[in-house]
Design a protein around this ligand. Structure first.
Ligand code: SAM
Ligand code: DTB
Ligand code: SF4
Length: 323
């Protein structure tokens, strides 16, 4: 069995290998495990925006910072269903609903509203992902029963750097939620953000933690910080594209069967930069003009980019009766 430090050294060695050797190797791993031209499109919807009790320094939705994001009420299934149907029509295969709060508790009215929404949305035949913050075994089981296929809960950075970014909950809290999600049999979507002032080592430690999950995460969102005005990280400079490509490639080599989602921050990436990320192993994007509160590239722009690269959106599954 490999020790903790063996793993760190192994990841570091891969990450630091000559750039073209690295992406050639990750491309080979990618081709052994995935259709070379397949990219999953996922649509995000913020079902409860702003006013969050937590102090995550990157987040425009924390109530602690003056970001201009207004706190809104939780949307109901009636509000959400038309948006989900439109997303399906646009060719998306995964619908992800995000809520800005600390977490959910069995029996709460808002948790019941979310369960009802999931029951309805899951009838549309897309993968249903939710990101509702902290939860326990009971909440996870109920979400699974309602039809959630994947739960997004990011570790965001290394365990060591996490306390610099968030003080209102801990890295261990994040791991606890992920463990409940796994016990309930939902797929885990877990990744992080780069560009928050962390070191290269922090990025690789984050990857090391993801590699320790059993089973490995079904998908790994890699977000580049979108420096939101009013947050403590508003002045952070943009991530270097080659650092992003190296991280995507290293993730592909270490987690060959996880979908890698090129997530927040694509508005600042060139077409060529994104092409390198796809070559290195990214095979999913958020599709639609908006993420949760921040901008995302336009849908036409994304379709043109995929076409120019001879990549194809993942096809929708077998239609359900409700379609
Ligand atoms: N409240 C829930 C939670 O914290 O898990 C769900 C929503 S939260 C906004 C989901 C993820 O979005 C965060 O974990 C983070 O990875 C990402 N995110 C939020 N703001 C971001 C930003 N400004 N730039 C990049 N990624 C961001
Ligand atoms: C993830 O890793 N990235 C998405 C999704 N999971 C929920 C969210 C990105 C949010 C970007 C900032 C915003 O829209 O406010
Ligand atoms: Fe709240 Fe999630 Fe934003 Fe943290 S990342 S402030 S928990 S919405």
């Amino acid at each position: 069995m490999s020790t903790h430090s063996d793993k760190t050294a192994q990841i570091e060695e891969i990450y630091k290998s000559p750039f073209f050797d690295l992406i050639q190797r990750s491309r080979t791993v990618h081709l052994q495990n995935w259709d070379e031209d397949n990219v999953q499109l996922c649509t995000l919807l913020s079902v409860k925006t702003g006013g969050c009790s937590e102090d995550c320094s990157y987040c425009a939705q924390s109530a602690r910072y003056n970001t201009g994001v207004k706190a809104e009420k939780l949307m109901t299934s009636e509000d959400i269903l038309p948006v989900a149907k439109k997303a399906r029509e646009s060719g998306t295969t995964r619908f992800c609903m995000g809520a800005a709060w600390k977490g959910v508790k069995s029996g709460d009215a808002r948790f019941n509203t979310m369960l009802e929404t999931v029951r309805e949305v899951s009838k549309l035949g897309m993968e249903v992902c939710v990101t509702l913050g902290q939860l326990g075994d009971d909440e996870a089981r109920q979400l699974k029963e309602a039809g959630v296929t994947a739960y997004n809960h990011n570790i965001d950075t290394s365990p060591e750097y996490y306390t610099e970014i968030v003080s209102t909950h801990s890295f261990e809290d994040r791991l606890g939620t992920i463990s409940s999600v796994q016990k309930a049999g939902m797929a885990v979507c877990c990744g992080g953000i780069i560009g928050m002032g962390e070191t290269e080592r922090d990025r690789l430690r984050m990857l090391e933690v993801l590699c320790g999950f059993t089973p490995p995460p079904e998908s790994v969102p890699i977000n580049c910080l979108m420096s939101m005005p009013g947050t403590p990280l508003e002045e952070q400079p943009a991530v270097d594209i080659f650092e992003l490509v190296r991280l995507v490639a290293t993730t592909r080599i270490m987690l060959p069967k996880s979908r890698i989602r090129l997530s927040a921050g694509r508005t600042r990436l060139s077409r060529e930069g994104q092409a390198l990320c796809f070559f290195a192993g990214a095979n999913s994007i958020f599709y639609g003009e908006k993420l949760l509160t921040a901008d995302n590239p336009g849908t036409n722009e994304d379709l043109e980019l995929l076409k120019a690269l001879d990549l194809n959106p993942q096809e929708q599954g077998i239609p359900l009766e409700v379609r």
